[in-house]
Write a protein that binds this ligand. Sequence first.
Ligand SMILES: Nc1nc2c(ncn2[C@@H]2O[C@H](COP(=O)(O)OP(=O)(O)O)[C@@H](O)[C@H]2O)c(=O)[nH]1
Ligand SMILES: [Mg+2]
Length: 314
Amino acid sequence: MNNLVERLLQGDRRSAAKLITLIENDTPERKDILSQIYPHTGRAHVIGITGSPGAGKSSLVDELTTEIRSEGLKVGIIAVDPTSPFSGGALLGDRIRMQEHATDRGVFIRSMGTRGSLGGLAEATRDAIRVLDAFGCHVILVETVGVGQSELDIMHHAHTTLVVLTPQAGDHIQTIKAGIMEIADIFVINKADLDGTRKMVTDIEAMLDLSPLVDGWRPPVLTTIATDHSGIPELWAAIKKHRAWHKDNRTGSDRERVRRELAEIIQRHLSHQISRQLEKHYDHLVKKVAARQLDPYSAAMEIIKESLKGGLAQ
Ligand SMILES: Nc1nc2c(ncn2[C@@H]2O[C@H](COP(=O)(O)OP(=O)(O)O)[C@@H](O)[C@H]2O)c(=O)[nH]1
Ligand SMILES: [Mg+2]
């Protein structure tokens, strides 16, 4: 395992792939891997790309990769699909589209599904991002398919979040989930070759007029046609602008991110320990509650007090 991390730091692709698999499987080595990798992270710019299925996220990732590679930067791509039980591979369509990049040594592509993400998909994705960061990727593009909480959780780990919409009927802003609108650092109206693009832009700008700015950043609304690379250089420029802004304003959000992660790890650990202790040591209280001799709140408080004394860290 030591070896794997050393080889990763020297830029070995196989080690990167193996380490991500160990993390996904939530193996006992995961903690050590992360301890060793962590000092070598924090350099990559993580870009989250979210939006409804078919909006053109994979096409945009593909075009952005071409754009970023033309500057000689190393790119990591993580495709997250919470609806897919598989990981390690990629959806056929995405794989064909990505073929051009698949042979490029400066691009690392990985997909993650719910299978094998035993500690949670968002957590596995966060740690996979760290592996690619330590691997030396300058930019990491994280595409999430699907909707819901895990998608939002994953976007918390991005520095810049793109929300991809299309001018098509289903994407009218009234129908877009509020949570998705709020996480956007940049709005991308893709498929700008279709009717309704102008209206979509105007609607979003009108919505932004009514929204309070977060630390002074107003999300730009850009239009792209991923299929012919139109608007991609402008999108990459906007991402870089956001990165520069983020660097100047990041202390608060970095700490918030760390707090969130610590709370998550502690909760996971404690809840595991408490379940174990409940089984091992507190049957007398369980019996009392079941017999209505004690109420669950009082029993719970007693258990918390006892557990803290006993030291939950073991
Ligand atoms: N007309 C048009 N089609 C596009 C554009 N971008 C992507 N597509 C097509 O939309 C479909 C879905 O794209 P994909 O990138 O797989 O979407 P994803 O599900 O969001 O990853 C594919 O057939 C693309 O070729 C665009 O700008 N204009
Ligand atoms: Mg896709």
